[in-house]
Design a protein around this ligand. Structure first.
Ligand code: SF4
Length: 355
């Protein structure tokens, strides 16, 4: 079990909810654009967001950004400890910086003490593509682990242990191996992700495999799906990964649907897509099935709370594998929605009776 660390109003580690992260791609100095993107991220389910702080103007902009956003903001700093101090002073809830890159123990010590006094943690972020030369003789996974632990040791030397670590590579197997090894060597919370994963589908698949494998091992306290895309899509993807592993905290309705085949009698794709949009607004744990035929559909999804199985001209609506109605195919969507709503109301009544 990792230790707990507080990042603003979010606690990570020690079995807490796995926090979902993303990063803005606006200029941080453009306060309005950055705040607008942060709000979209938060609305999508982001727990913690990172902003690059390449210069003093960006560090200053953080003050206004943090004041307008109730999600913890992480300042991403390269090398310059003075920017890290300025970002923390402006209200950043965490600083991403590699202390070994600051270049002087006295500066590291100053920063560590400054952040410790203010309860601001540090994330050490080791990337496979930018490792110190001294680790070049090691396999990449080992090199990332050794590099991360050296940064950690530097902070510990300065009495700082409020640390989160990431060891990301663009190669999935290397990333997974590095995190597995690192998790055996320390109890600091781990920020997990595959870096430079690529454009949407490619990045999504690599992230789902890498992050998913680690989460199944019980490794990972915060996650980021890195996509060359709108950061809001990173949040949707991260939450889908958590849902697929039953690690998502919160009630939601899930739509499952068959892949369709020659037996398909109804527009499975159209109905499933419409139901997905409908289900997105439901604050209730529910499984809804859209299946193309009655031959396999009902049996294969008998664990679903509500479902439809297509037939010629008429289809059946079922609950937990039991047929409750037969409807004309053109009426499926309306019938399915009303059956789902009836199910939601029954759940609410059951919950009300328990209170
Ligand atoms: S549920 Fe029926 S239509 Fe859908 S894939 Fe299976 S057999 Fe084909």
């Amino acid at each position: 079990m990792t230790r707990k660390i507080k990042i603003g109003n979010v606690v990570i580690g020690g079995g807490e909810k796995i926090a979902v992260q993303s990063m803005t791609n606006t200029k941080t100095s453009d306060i309005d654009a950055t705040v607008a993107q942060l709000r979209l991220l938060q609305d999508a389910g982001c727990d913690i967001a990172r902003c690059s702080v390449p210069d003093r103007e960006s560090a200053e902009a953080l003050r206004s950004i943090v004041a307008q956003c109730d999600m913890p903001i992480v300042a991403d700093i390269h090398f310059d400890y003075r920017l890290a101090v300025a970002a923390a002073d402006a209200g950043a809830a965490k600083i991403r910086i590699n202390p070994g890159n600051i270049g002087d123990l006295a500066k590291v010590d100053y920063l560590a003490k400054y952040l410790k006094e203010r309860g601001v943690p540090i994330r050490i972020g080791v990337n496979g593509g930018s490792l110190e030369k001294k680790f070049a003789h090691l396999p990449l996974d080992d090199a990332m682990v050794e590099s991360a632990l050296e940064h950690v040791a530097l902070l510990e030397k300065c009495g700082f242990e409020d640390t989160v670590i990431s060891v990301k590579s663009s190669d999935v197997a290397t990333t997974v191996s590095a995190y597995r090894k690192l998790s055996q060597r320390c109890d600091y919370p781990l920020h997990v992700g595959v870096t430079e994963a690529g454009v949407y589908e490619k990045g999504l698949v690599k992230s789902a495999i890498g992050i998913g494998a680690l989460l199944l091992d019980g490794i990972g306290d915060t996650i980021r799906v890195s996509l060359t895309d709108d950061p809001v899509r990173e949040i949707h993807a991260a939450n889908e990964i958590l849902k697929a592993l039953d690690l998502y905290r919160g009630a939601y309705a899930e739509v499952v649907s068959c892949p369709t085949c020659a037996r398909t009698c109804i527009d499975v794709q159209g109905i499933a897509t419409a139901m997905q949009e409908f289900a997105a607004g439901l604050d209730c744990k529910l499984k809804i099935a859209v299946m193309g035929c009655v031959v396999n559909g009902i049996g294969e999804s008998k664990d679903s709370d509500v479902g439809v199985a297509g037939g010629k001209g008429k289809s059946v609506i079922f609950r937990k594998g039991e047929i409750v109605r037969t409807v004309a195919n053109e009426d499926i969507l309306g019938a399915l929605k009303s059956e789902v709503l009836a199910c939601v109301h029954e759940r609410q009544d059951q919950l009300g009776a328990l209170r």
